[in-house]
Design a protein around this ligand. Sequence first.
Ligand code: ZN
Length: 181
Amino acid sequence: MTDDLVWLTRAADYAARQHVGQRRKGERAEPYVNHLTEVAALLAETTEGSDLVLVMGGLLHDTIEDTDATVEDLQERFGADVAALVAEVTDDKSLPKEERKRLQVETTPVKSRRAKLLKIADKTSNLRGLVNSPPAGWTEARLRDYVHWAEAVVRSCRGLNAALEAAFDEARAAARVRFDA
Ligand code: ZN
């Protein structure tokens, strides 16, 4: 238990430092770390705190994609399981955005259980963000597009955790009301 707390707070501290100065795209421009703690909390609650690697992965899931962290850094600091999970949910940033989005739909079905749960939590947080604080300058069509894409990614992650799916479906329903998506 004590060890778990040390690992968890270490991951939260590292994530906050790595993403320092970054903000969410929404009009409220929340600190980026709010997204990470939301994803981690969703994962912890819906798995009843049973999977430390998963929750650490939630905190760290964007460090390779959006900061200077590497898989090796994560491996050294947090071990092979956490590093592999984050690598699994990291897009290849050398590819154009549309291609990355297409690949997420295509590759998510063959990903690990943890990666799929992380995807659901990530998309849930992102949809909540769109509803509560839509990015300035996004057209309704772009917002709807995002909602449909998130739904397509989550489709292949279903059947693993009912509580997490329910959280996604609730965010999805709110997006439907807000954007007619
Ligand atoms: Zn994310």
